[in-house]
Unconditional design. Structure first.
Length: 320
């Protein structure tokens, strides 16, 4: 039943906790998007309910099967709606925060509720405050597994009352195994793996949705603006919807981090994709990455990304 790639230490820790005499009731699985946190949560839930205690989860007992097919009334999953959020809602509004807190006051059929909140960071501050009492006092037999891609978007009070399990980015080899690909060195797919931040979902988007080529054009324009003082006129608006947990600036930052690696290793043999943004100046690259990090942080204040980036690049080009 466990087909999770990577996260060996985390899974071993969860396995030991599942058979602990003092099982915590509230967990927070934290780490980048698209690396397998939800799969780990499903695995942990199966560990807790599996009827075979010799080598769980077996995947074939009635408890495991009820989790797999969603027939268990005591296995509750809260996920973001079509707008990408988990609403506060009401007691009668299925899939909302108030619905969940009300549901957990009712008696379970099995004597245990297992709850997965897949997107704690997609709940507003007001919603998290409503959830807080349930997190503090889950009730007998309740285990809550919260999933978030960012601790900074979780209320400190929820954070302090949860057992935090940190998950880390996957390696390029692990992502290749999951996607069943074996990209040629220096290929388009190889670069997508490198700049994806160790996320399976981001890698798939870059390859299948052809998101990488326009980002390469932006990286090329950044290079030309900084080095040759060209005018930066790239359109960034098409990436507005791709600036969530891992967005445009993250990919650009990873591109130039990879560029630094090539400069340090003095690797002059690089592919035609890297050639578009390659800068042979370690100090300049450090300054550029620092500015991109600042601009990424400014996005939360609804800054116009194009004009902010244009101004930052112009300033850098004037100080070379």
């Amino acid at each position: 039943m466990n087909d999770i790639v990577g996260h060996f230490n985390q899974l071993q820790h969860l396995r030991s906790l599942a058979f602990s005499q003092r099982l915590p009731q509230t967990f927070l699985f934290c780490g980048p998007a698209g690396i397998g946190k939800r799969k780990a949560a499903d695995f942990f839930a199966a560990l807790l309910v599996c009827q075979r205690k010799d080598e769980p989860p077996c995947g074939i007992c009635s408890s495991c099967k009820s989790l797999q097919n969603g027939s268990s009334q005591d296995y509750i999953v809260l996920e973001p709606d079509e707008k990408g959020r988990i609403a506060v809602g009401s007691d009668n509004e299925n899939g909302t925060v108030r619905w969940l807190t009300h549901r957990l006051t009712e008696k379970s059929s099995s004597g245990r509720y297992i709850v997965i909140i897949d997107g704690l960071d997609r709940i507003s501050e007001a919603g998290q405050n409503i959830l807080l009492k349930t997190v503090e006092e889950p009730g007998k037999g309740v285990v809550i597994i919260q999933i978030s891609s960012s601790k900074s978007r979780v209320l400190p009070t929820i954070l302090s009352r949860s057992m935090v399990i940190n998950f880390h980015s996957l390696t390029a080899e692990q992502i290749s195994k999951i996607l069943k690909t074996d990209p040629e060195p220096h290929s388009y797919e190889d670069l997508a793996l490198i700049v994806s931040g160790g996320s399976v979902s981001v890698t798939k988007d870059l390859i299948e949705k052809q998101i990488l080529p326009p980002i390469l054009d932006i990286a090329s324009a950044i290079r030309e603006t900084v080095i040759n003082k060209a005018v930066f006129n790239e359109n960034l608006s098409e990436f507005d919807a791709y600036n969530g947990d891992f967005g445009l600036y993250d990919i650009l930052i990873n591109m130039f981090h990879y560029n630094i690696k090539l400069v340090i290793e003095k690797k002059l043999q690089y592919n035609r994709y890297v050639e578009k943004f390659y800068i042979d100046d370690y100090v300049l690259l450090q300054r550029l990455i620092k500015r991109l990090l600042q601009l990424k942080n400014d996005l939360k204040f609804n800054v116009n990304s194009k004009y902010a980036l244009k101004a930052a690049l112009y300033e850098m080009s004037e100080n070379i």
